[in-house]
Design a binder for this molecule. Structure first.
Ligand code: PBG
Length: 335
């Protein structure tokens, strides 16, 4: 703490600068801008947009509508999108659709980079949309999630996304050693400029429920959980260990996920490593705000903007949120 050589009350009145809007604005420490936001998109192999019941306002987008969707997103000033595949068609025990160059996500990447070449595309590295188990990795007969075998598939997935033109590959699987293996393979294939965003501190959270509805993995996962690879919500130092390893292996950006319940982790990661830090405001957090606002218990706009600012204050450089389009519109209204 700096030392203040000042008398306290009544000389010091904290409320003085809060009295008027101009001075509140002048002393404001953190600002939210549209370029902080990243918008997730669920892509479906179907022909029609499909509303997601647990995520009001969010739909699965068919490939034929994707160009329009990303044009709108870009016109709002949003710099990048995150793609997730939804559907049942592509699941198998070996998750081979993950690295099929003609699979849904690979097609989506190509459409977006053709439509909006300057819009950043982030694609997810994990096998849960493709496995019959709904787990993020390959499993043995007992259902154990296999680390090294999964990393080998993630490497193929990264190369296939790179071939399709992804800008940011973001492994969300929490297997050990995947960042190093993927970096090595991408570099060897001439993809040294593809950004690796590591979901480093990804917790085994109950806030992912609506996402699993959105990508249709919930019924596959059933009563199984992801505790053998995602982090225990009780742990904090362990998150720093995870981030340190991913940085050592070559991650360009790191993520903390979920968002609001894990702000302490965002702050510790940013303070410790001072690298680009991403926070994922996840599906369950979105659903809570939507549900309470629909009931009239909360003012949606005010609560969302406060939440975004809280992420900035904690140290997040990038916010992945299903509210991104809406927030961009609100920021436009304000300017
Ligand atoms: C799966 C993945 C999940 C999310 C992003 N990638 C769910 C999970 O780990 O089960 C969650 C995102 C959200 O809830 O919004 N690899």
């Amino acid at each position: 703490m700096p030392e203040f050589n000042r008398a306290s009350f009544p000389t010091t009145r904290m409320r003085r600068v809060r009295m008027q809007a101009f001075s509140r604005d002048l002393v404001q420490e953190n600002q939210l801008v549209t370029s902080d936001l990243l918008m997730p998109i669920f892509v479906t192999s179907g022909n029609e947009q499909e509303a997601i019941a647990s995520m009001p306002g969010i739909s699965r987008i068919p490939l034929k509508d994707l160009a329009n969707e990303v044009k709108e997103i870009q016109s709002l000033g949003i710099k990048a999108v995150a793609l997730f595949p939804a559907g049942d068609a592509e699941k198998s025990a070996d998750a081979s659709a993950a690295f099929d160059d003609n699979s849904l996500i690979q097609q989506a990447i190509r459409i977006i980079k053709k439509t909006c070449p300057d819009l950043g595309v982030m694609s997810d590295g994990a096998l849960d949309p493709y496995t019959l188990s709904g787990q993020d990795g390959l499993t043995d007969e007992q259902g154990k999630v296999l680390n090294d075998e999964t990393v080998a598939v993630l490497v193929k997935q990264a190369l296939s996304h790179a071939n399709a033109g992804t800008d940011i590959f973001a492994p969300s699987d929490m297997m050990d050693g995947r960042i190093g293996a993927i970096r090595t393979a991408l570099d060897a294939a001439g993809y040294q400029d593809i950004i690796l965003l590591a979901y480093s501190a990804k917790y085994a959270s109950n806030f992912y429920g609506p996402f699993r509805d959105a990508v249709k993995s919930a019924t596959h996962l059933g009563k199984q959980n992801k505790l053998s690879y995602q982090m225990n919500p009780a742990n904090s130092d362990e998150a720093l260990h995870e981030v340190a390893l991913d940085l050592q292996e070559g991650a360009d950006m790191v993520m903390v996920k979920p968002g609001l319940p894990y702000l302490d982790i965002v702050a510790r990661v940013k303070d410790t490593f001072k690298v680009p830090t991403v926070v994922y405001h996840v599906s369950g957090e979105y659903a809570m705000i939507k549900a309470a606002s629909e009931k009239g218990y909360l003012d949606e706009r005010a609560v969302v903007m406060e939440t975004m600012l809280a992420f900035k204050r904690a140290g997040a450089d990038i916010i992945i949120t299903y509210f991104a389009k809406q927030v961009a519109k609100w920021l436009k209204d304000e300017s």
